[in-house]
Design a protein around this ligand. Structure first.
Ligand code: FAD
Length: 562
C-alpha cells in the first residue's frame, strides 16, 4: 500500500467549463496556422475572416429548472457526506446536467435545459456512497453517477419527464491510487480519478496504465469503465475492457465485488456486464487495473502512403504479424489534408524539407489529394523499439509507403489533447464539427468507409449545406479495426434537426455496412435507437432483463442504453 490519505474537499474537484470543452481561457487558434482558414472556406464554405457568428454563452441568461429536492432530503444527504459536500446551486446543477456531445453543446449554448439534477453530492469514500444510495433508493430518487462529464453519447442527462428527485453522485473526491501489487502489475484505484491524477500517482512508482483517450485530461477511470472506453495506445495496453481486472460497485443494500483474477470461467462475466453499464447497475467506486512498468523509450513515427488502400493493407499486415506497436493509425486523404492545414507555418530548413518531400512524392507519381498520413508508435527498451520499427518499416515498404521520421508524430502527440477545443471554436462560428466511430472486420472496413462518405454526402445534400467528412483508422485488432469519422458543416436555421440528419445517416451506414454503432463512446441516449440493429432483438431483451432485475425500481440512471 502506498498509504496516501490526503483528504480532498468538494472545492478541489475539477470540472470543465459549463458551456464547452476544457477550461476557460484555453481555445483553438487558427491565426498561427496559415492553411486553416482557406481550408475551411473550401471544405464547408465557412468564412473565418468574417469573425465569430454567435455570442459567447452567458450564464445569467440560462433558465435553470428549480431544484425539486426537499430541504429534508438535502439535509439527509448532507448528514451523510457533510453539508458542504451537498450542493443545489444553479451552476453546479448545470455542470452536472450534460456531457460534451455536440447535441449537449448546442443545447447549453441555446440555454435549453429541460431537466437538471436536483442535488449534487460529493461522497468521500465507499461507505458514504453506500449511504447516499440507500437513502436515495429509500426516497425513490434517481441516482446518476458523474465522473468527468466528458461522454458524448447522452449518458448523463436526466430524462426530461423524470418526476422523481435526481441526485448527481460526483465521484471527484475518490481519486486515489490505493495500492499497487508489483508482483502482478495490478493497481487498486478509486473510480473518480481523472486521467492526469491517476497517471501521476502511478508514474511516481514507475508504473503506467497506458489508457490515453483524447479526453484523458477531463475523464475518469469510473467513466472509462462505465462507457467501455478506448485509448490511443490500445494496440499495446488494450481497451479499458481488457485493462479492468477487478471492480467494486455499490448497489442498493450492498457492494458487488469482482476480485482481480487473470481469467475465470464463472458463467457469463459479471465484470463484463459492469463494463459499459453507464451507471445502470450501480456506482463503481474502485477498479483494479492492469498496470505496466513505464517504458524506457517511446516513439511515434510518421509514414505516408500513396492512398488509403495501400495504407489499410499495411495496417492489416502489421496487425496480423508478430509486431506489437502501441499505436497504429492511418488518416484517409481528407483527414491528411486537414492535418496539413492545421500545421503551424514551417520555416527555414523544415519548410525546405517539406517542399522537397512533396516534390519527391509527385515525381514518384503520387497524387497529393490521395496520399494518407499514418502514425505508428513503439514502446519498450531501446532494442525492442529498434527491432519493432525495422519490422514495421519492412511492411510499410512492401506497401509502397515511406517513413518521414519522428517530427510529425511528436507534434501529434503534443497536440492531441488540445484538438477537442476545435468544436467550441467551430460553434463560435456557427458550424458543427463532430465525430462518430465504429469498428468492423478488416474485410468490411473499405465498404464501411465508402458507405459512410456516401451517407454523409446524401445527408449534406438533404440539409442543403456543403459538408466535410474525414476519417482515420485506429485501435487495431487481429480481426479488424476502429474507423473514426469527423464531419463538419455550417448550421442553417435548425442546428439540431440538421445534426440529426447527418449523424443519423452515419450511424445507419455503420450498421448497414457491417460495423458496430460505437467502438468506444458507448450507447447512452444518442446511439440507443440503433442498438437493436447492432445486437439483435434478443440481445436487447437480455440487456433489458438485466437492468430490470438488477434495479427493479429504475433508480440507477434510468432509460440509458435501453
Ligand atoms: P461521464 O461523462 O461523467 O459519465 C459517462 C457515463 O458513465 C454516465 O452514464 C455516468 O453515469 C457513468 N459513470 C461515470 N462514472 C461512473 C462510476 N464511477 N460508476 C458508474 N457509472 C459511472 N472516449 C474514448 O473512449 N476514447 C477517446 O479517445 C475519447 N475522446 C473524446 C474526445 C472528446 C473531445 C470528448 C468530448 C469525448 C471523448 N471520449 C472518448 C468520450 C468520453 O471521454 C468517454 O466516454 C469517457 O469514458 C467518459 O468518462 P467520464 O469520466 O467523463 O464519464
Amino acid at each position: 500500500p502506498n498509504g496516501r490519505t490526503d483528504a480532498m474537499r468538494t472545492d478541489d474537484v475539477k470540472h470543465m467549463k459549463w458551456w464547452g470543452w476544457g477550461v476557460e481561457g484555453v481555445g483553438f487558434r487558427y491565426e498561427d496556422k496559415p492553411g486553416f482558414a482557406p481550408f475551411v472556406q473550401k471544405a464547408v464554405g465557412l468564412d473565418l475572416w468574417a469573425g465569430e457568428r454567435t455570442e459567447r454563452p452567458d450564464f445569467s441568461r440560462l433558465r435553470v429548472p428549480a431544484s425539486t429536492a426537499s430541504e429534508e432530503f438535502v439535509a439527509v444527504l448532507g448528514g451523510i457526506v457533510g453539508a458542504g459536500n451537498t450542493v443545489v446551486d444553479d451552476l453546479s446543477r448545470v455542470v452536472h446536467t450534460y456531457g460534451k456531445s455536440l447535441r449537449d453543446l448546442v443545447r447549453i449554448r441555446a440555454g435549453e435545459i429541460a431537466r437538471s439534477p436536483d442535488v449534487i453530492v460529493y461522497p468521500a469514500d465507499e461507505e458514504e456512497v453506500q449511504s447516499v444510495i440507500d437513502a436515495s433508493v429509500e426516497a425513490d430518487a434517481v441516482i446518476i453517477p458523474f465522473g468527468g462529464g466528458s461522454n458524448i453519447a447522452g449518458s448523463l442527462e436526466p430524462h426530461m419527464d423524470e418526476s422523481r428527485v435526481v441526485v448527481s453522485l460526483d465521484l471527484g473526491r475518490l481519486n486515489r491510487v490505493l495500492e499497487i501489487d508489483p508482483d502482478s502489475g495490478l493497481a487498486r484505484v478509486q473510480a473518480g480519478a481523472l486521467g492526469p491524477d491517476l497517471e501521476a500517482q502511478l508514474n511516481r512508482d514507475g508504473w503506467t496504465m497506458g489508457h490515453f483517450p483524447d479526453s484523458f485530461t477531463h475523464s475518469t477511470l469510473g467513466g472509462w469503465v462505465a462507457t467501455r472506453s478506448s485509448g490511443m495506445q490500445s494496440d499495446k495496453y488494450g481497451d479499458i475492457a481488457d485493462i479492468v481486472k477487478g471492480l467494486r460497485v455499490v448497489r442498493a443494500g450492498g457492494v458487488l465485488v469482482i476480485r482481480a483474477v487473470p481469467s475465470a470461467s464463472t458463467g457469463p462475466s459479471v465484470r463484463e456486464m459492469v463494463v459499459g453499464s453507464e451507471g445502470r447497475l450501480g456506482v463503481i467506486t474502485e477498479v483494479t487495473v492492469q498496470v505496466h512498468r513505464l517504458p524506457e523509450k517511446r516513439a511515434i513515427h510518421a509514414y505516408f502512403f500513396k492512398n488509403l488502400d495501400h495504407g489499410l493493407a499495411a495496417m492489416q499486415k502489421i496487425a496480423e504479424s508478430d509486431v506489437s506497436p502501441s499505436v497504429t493509425r492511418i488518416s484517409d486523404a481528407h483527414e491528411t489534408a486537414f492535418s496539413l492545414a492545421t500545421s503551424k507555418e514551417s520555416k527555414g530548413i523544415q519548410k525546405k524539407a517539406q517542399t522537397g518531400l512533396m516534390a519527391y512524392l509527385r515525381r514518384r507519381g503520387w497524387s497529393l489529394d490521395e496520399m494518407c498520413l499514418s502514425f505508428i508508435g513503439f514502446e519498450g527498451d531501446e532494442a525492442h523499439v529498434k527491432r519493432q520499427k525495422s519490422l514495421v518499416d519492412r511492411i510499410v515498404r512492401k506497401h509502397h509507403g515511406i517513413g518521414v521520421g519522428r517530427g510529425p508524430g511528436a507534434l501529434y502527440d503534443q497536440k492531441k489533447f488540445d484538438t477537442p477545443y476545435i468544436r467550441d471554436f467551430l460553434l463560435d462560428h456557427g458550424a458543427a464539427g463532430d465525430v462518430s466511430e465504429t469498428a468492423g472486420p478488416w474485410s468490411k472496413l473499405r465498404g464501411i468507409h465508402a458507405a459512410v462518405y456516401d451517407a454523409a454526402d446524401h445527408a449534406y445534400e438533404k440539409i442543403g449545406h456543403a459538408g466535410w467528412t474525414m476519417s482515420h483508422m485506429s485501435h487495431s485488432y487481429h480481426s479488424g479495426a476502429c474507423l473514426y469519422f469527423t464531419f463538419a458543416f455550417v448550421f442553417g436555421d435548425d442546428p439540431l434537426g440538421e445534426y440529426d440528419i447527418v449523424k443519423g445517416a452515419i450511424q445507419q451506414a455503420f450498421v448497414d455496412a457491417g460495423g458496430t454503432i460505437s467502438h468506444h463512446h458507448g450507447v447512452g441516449l444518442e446511439h440507443a435507437p440503433w442498438l437493436e440493429e447492432d445486437i439483435s432483438t434478443e440481445g436487447v431483451a437480455i440487456m433489458s432483463g438485466l437492468f430490470g432485475a438488477a434495479d427493479p425500481g429504475g433508480n440507477f440512471n434510468p432509460r440509458k442504453i435501453v
